[in-house]
Design a protein around this ligand. Structure first.
Ligand code: PEP
Length: 259
């Protein structure tokens, strides 16, 4: 079901006490109707859960392995994440793909394992600058999306949230132009319709990610195909994340979307 959603990916930042402080600040100020999910580092998940468990903010993890338990030193499983209150998991983030060499086959295993354990995956897709310059954006998105969702049935696919995150826009201060991002989102919806039949593409929540800040979120949020944002750097500061949240709410209240 399509929903307005703002996700904050804290990446490898924030000690436990800093995480508690940020979560408490967000909890105090987030009161609108749009969904908010925060993704602290693994070490702070339990402490952050204790802060937000009675509020409207939900808890996510930044990654996981696809096995449920066993001899996989250094990995964390969907079962263990669910156990500490996690309900969402980011999979296929460009930093996982490009720094840690994750491919679509591995990411697909993770997406399936997340769904099996009642975690909603946020499947990230996006082209690099070179791929964009070579006109390969749609090819890359298609490979990553269809690969990531391989052999996942319609009902389960509906639970997946897709994040379009052009790699050249992540952490660079250069966001995709709203119209460009909107047309990639439309391409993703069409792909989902084609792959699954029917209108699944219209029902899946698709976020934009890449240098979102309080200055660009309103314009991005006014785009019909963009349901919300996945925010990295600007999610580390309570005031800036709240400002982004409020502006996204305002933008979406003026757009008829998802009808
Ligand atoms: C991200 O890492 O998913 C991201 C979008 O980062 P930033 O907002 O810092 O570009």
């Amino acid at each position: 079901m399509r929903e307005v959603l703002l996700a904050g990916n804290w990446k490898m930042n924030k000690t436990i006490s800093e995480s508690i402080e940020l979560a408490a600040c967000l909890k105090q100020s987030i009161s609108g109707s749009s969904k908010v999910i925060i993704f602290p580092p693994f070490t702070a998940l339990t402490s952050v859960y204790d802060v937000i468990k009675e509020g409207k903010i939900e808890l996510g993890a930044q990654n996981m392995y696809f096995e449920e338990y066993g001899s996989f030193t250094g990995e964390v499983s969907p079962l263990l994440l669910a156990d500490v209150g996690v309900r969402y998991v980011i999979l296929g983030h460009s930093e996982r793909r490009h720094i840690f060499g994750e491919d679509d086959i591995l990411i697909n295993k993770k997406v399936k394992a997340a769904l099996k354990n009642d975690l909603r995956p946020i499947l990230c897709v996006g082209e690099t600058l070179v791929e964009r310059q070579e006109g390969l954006t749609e090819n890359v998105i298609e490979r990553q999306l269809i690969g990531g969702l391989d052999s996942i049935m319609n009902a389960a696919a509906l639970k997946v949230i897709v994040a379009y995150e052009p790699v050249w826009a992540i952490g660079t201060g250069i966001n995709a132009k709203p119209e460009e991002a909107n047309s990639v989102h439309k391409f993703i919806r069409n792909l989902l319709n084609k792959n699954y039949g029917g209108n699944l593409g219209e029902e899946v929540t698709i976020l934009y990610g890449g240098s979102i800040n309080s200055g660009n979120i309103e314009e991005l949020g006014r785009m019909e195909e963009i349901d919300g944002g996945l925010v990295g750097g600007a999610s580390l500061d309570c005031r800036s994340f709240i400002e982004i949240y409020k502006k996204l709410e305002r933008a979406k209240s003026t757009v008829a979307w998802g009808e």
